[in-house]
Design a protein around this ligand. Structure first.
Ligand SMILES: C[S@@+](CC[C@H](N)C(=O)[O-])C[C@H]1O[C@@H](n2cnc3c(N)ncnc32)[C@H](O)[C@@H]1O
Length: 212
């Protein structure tokens, strides 16, 4: 499954310039707003799941974050992002992998971020694997910021079907290990001028905050 998925996304990224993909925006403003509100220590380990070509890593580096990981299925996307970061690319941990399969360190991340990735998991087993990976990798007291298409958002993206969520149905996917902290709705304007409604949730990993 992973090889099929990665060749789909590699082909998408090879065939389209950054600003031609529907999800492109110069900065992930809503994600940044929610992350800023958490006021995390700057050494907090952060993982951007399915980061693609987004500028989140640069924007977090500019805020002083020093331990940033970016994971994506697509080596093509990550290579382009590394090129764009130039000399700063070495300050980011890059991982090529499928979030439903990749091995991640246990109880490590203080922040898990996902914009427009989880909604591609339309199979319940994949969603369960994603939730298990997140619960495994996020430390107790750590947070997750997840943005998906809203219940009235698009039904497909990049030629693939998606699952759509309101804040409660999205938080429910992770309810066994994460409690909801905040949620928001954001309307993304695609480069071609269409509007796409997103649901964002901020979740907190249950358990003693300890060193989070
Ligand atoms: C719609 S793009 C969003 C990219 C980025 N998060 C942003 O907001 O600009 C979805 C991204 O998720 C990646 N992706 C899709 N399924 C994935 C999976 N199972 N594991 C890791 N990455 C995945 C794709 O390669 C792609 O880069």
């Amino acid at each position: 499954m992973s090889a099929v998925r990665s060749s789909h996304w590699d082909a998408v990224y090879s065939g389209k310039d950054e600003a031609k993909t529907s999800w492109f925006r110069p900065h992930l403003d809503e994600s940044l707003r929610l992350i800023d509100a958490l006021d995390l220590p700057r050494q907090a380990p952060v993982l951007d799941v399915g980061g693609g070509r987004s500028t989140l890593a640069e924007d977090l580096l500019a805020r002083g974050f020093s331990d940033i990981g970016v994971m994506d299925l697509s080596a093509v996307a990550l290579d382009e992002t590394k090129q764009r970061l130039g000399e700063h690319a070495g300050r980011v941990h890059w991982m090529t992998g499928d979030v439903t399969e990749v091995a991640l360190p246990a109880a490590h991340y203080a922040l898990w971020h996902d914009r427009a990735v989880f909604h591609f998991l339309v199979d319940a087993e994949d969603r369960a694997r994603y939730a298990a990976a997140m619960a495994h990798a996020v430390r107790p007291g750590g947070h997750a910021v997840i943005g998906t298409f809203a219940a009235d958002g698009p039904k497909r993206c990049s030629g693939l079907p998606v699952a759509r969520y309101d804040a409660s149905s999205l938080a429910a996917m992770f309810a066994s290990e994460f409690e909801p902290v905040a949620h928001s709705r954001d309307v993304h304007r695609t480069p071609s001028g269409n509007e796409q409604a997103f649901t964002y949730v901020v979740l907190r990993r249950r358990g003693d905050a300890g060193h989070a």
